[in-house]
Design a protein around this ligand. Structure first.
Ligand SMILES: [Zn+2]
Length: 450
């Protein structure tokens, strides 16, 4: 196999902290001015908030700029507005138009120039190279090629690394894709890759013998226990990525000690819950991102101080074992993934952690869904549905372990449980029987039905 460079762009990826910060600030200045000159939205936004674009010079100055959200984008596009306020290049210069579904209502429109494509592809190329993928690898992409950006820009990234792409677009591809083309890696979500492993085994193919060297997962957050289980099923490393149409593309390298943020192309701030101040490194905060355009480059849709609604923590700004200097963050989570019960909160991943305990996974297939119902005046009951491989599975043992994991790591919830204000019940069904299978797209696994 050909020797591979450890980094896609070593001069940038291993730039010293001082130079990296200076480069980032030069690009903040250029991008803010570019936004003011080219987008109707930012021109009015800056003027109405009394912000002079040329006064935004450093990362701290971004605190002066108001934060925007998906709602802001929707409010400045049809049908709420006659035109696309965020469009920041002439429509004739746009290469592709995308939409993100989001969770509610009208999809957000995204406009990409070829410069945007180049930057998105560069970000994915760095992630793949960091995961030791390159020339000689054959990569199945299960990510959708539809109106979202991921699959398409990953494909351009693969060209830069001289990799072979198998653009399946979903994880339900025929198994001959594995047996005939012998891919060395797959990009997909944890649950899709688990279902694929079941399908392979159903056809008498051991996933560990399928020739796969890497799995690259993303699309939604997952419990580390789920990753560990997936890695064992395929007997290969599983790397996490965090990508979005909005242009964050962060990925773990082989060191698996946080996801590298491409700091020369995306500026990421972590805010406190009120969205008024930055949180210090090591504390969890809300990801607010700004695009960084290299001086002279163009963009079809610039985002500045965009609230991703995801949360994370900075792992380190020191040089990683892989040699990259770009900062590392913990796998981002979604604030909307949790539900509150009085003083307590439950996050979906707390349930997932218990489901994927090794003892449980002898009998479960990993699929789960949880619904929270009201009980009495202020009580709540959580019903967790699980798929068992056999009707004779040890229901009591599984329920006991999941309940214990849930309460052991969550003191306020344990208090509510002890006080009779919260209880958990379980239902066990055969594979493929949970409600979530009837839903198109990414299912919500923890649903508040109170
Ligand atoms: Zn690294």
């Amino acid at each position: 196999m050909t020797a591979r460079p450890a980094m896609r762009s070593p001069a940038i990826e291993s730039l010293g902290r001082g130079d990296l910060d200076a480069l980032s600030e030069e690009r903040i200045r250029y991008t803010v001015r570019y936004a003011e000159e080219h987008s109707k939205f930012y021109r009015h936004w800056f003027a109405s908030h009394g912000v002079a674009a040329r006064e935004i010079r450093t990362h701290e100055d971004l605190l002066e700029l108001p934060i925007i959200s998906g709602q802001t984008i929707r409010a400045h596009q049809p049908p709420a507005s006659p035109d696309f306020g965020f469009l920041s290049a002439p429509l004739d210069d746009i290469f592709t138009i995308h939409e993100t579904s989001g969770t509610t209502g009208v999809p957000k429109a995204f406009f990409l120039t070829w410069d945007d494509w180049s930057r998105y592809a560069e970000k994915y190329a760095r992630i793949f190279a960091g995961q030791d993928l390159g020339h000689g690898d054959r990569l199945v992409i299960c990510t959708s090629y539809g109106m979202s950006v991921g699959g398409n820009t990953m494909t351009v990234a693969a060209h830069r690394l001289r990799m072979t792409i198998i653009p399946a677009g979903k994880c339900t591809f025929p198994l001959r894709v594995i047996t005939s083309y012998r891919p060395t890696a797959i990009v997909g979500s944890v649950f899709k890759l688990l279902r694929l492993a079941d399908r392979l085994e159903g056809e008498g193919i051991d996933p560990r013998e399928a020739g796969l060297r890497r799995l690259i997962v993303g699309g939604e957050s997952f419990a580390e226990e789920a990753r560990t289980y997936l890695a064992a099923r395929y007997d290969c490393p599983v790397y996490n990525t965090y990508g979005s149409t909005e242009g964050t593309m962060c990925g773990e390298c082989v060191a698996r000690d946080g996801l590298h943020v491409p700091e020369d192309l995306v500026h990421l701030d972590l805010y406190d819950p009120s969205l008024h101040a930055f949180v210090p490194d090591g504390r969890e905060g809300r990801i607010v991102l700004s695009h960084l355009l290299p001086v002279g480059e163009r963009s079809g849709m610039v985002l500045l101080n965009y609230d991703s609604e995801d949360t994370t923590t900075v792992v380190s700004r020191e040089t990683c074992a892989c040699g990259r200097t770009h900062l590392r963050i913990r796998p981002p989570g979604r604030e909307a993934d949790g539900v509150a019960i009085g003083e307590a909160r439950i996050d979906r991943l707390e349930i997932e952690r218990g489901v994927f305990s090794p003892e449980n996974m002898v009998e479960l297939n990993g699929e789960y869904e949880a619904f929270l119902y009201a009980e009495g005046d202020r009580g709540a009951v959580l019903r967790i549905g699980l798929e068992c491989r056999s009707p004779s599975c040890d229901r009591e043992g599984i329920a006991e372990r999941i309940g214990r994991t849930l309460l052991a790591g969550n003191r306020p919830l344990a208090v509510a449980h002890a006080g009779g204000e919260f209880r958990v019940i379980f239902s066990f069904v055969p594979p493929g029987s949970l409600e979530l299978h009837a839903i198109k797209g990414r299912p919500k696994r923890l649903v508040d039905r109170r």
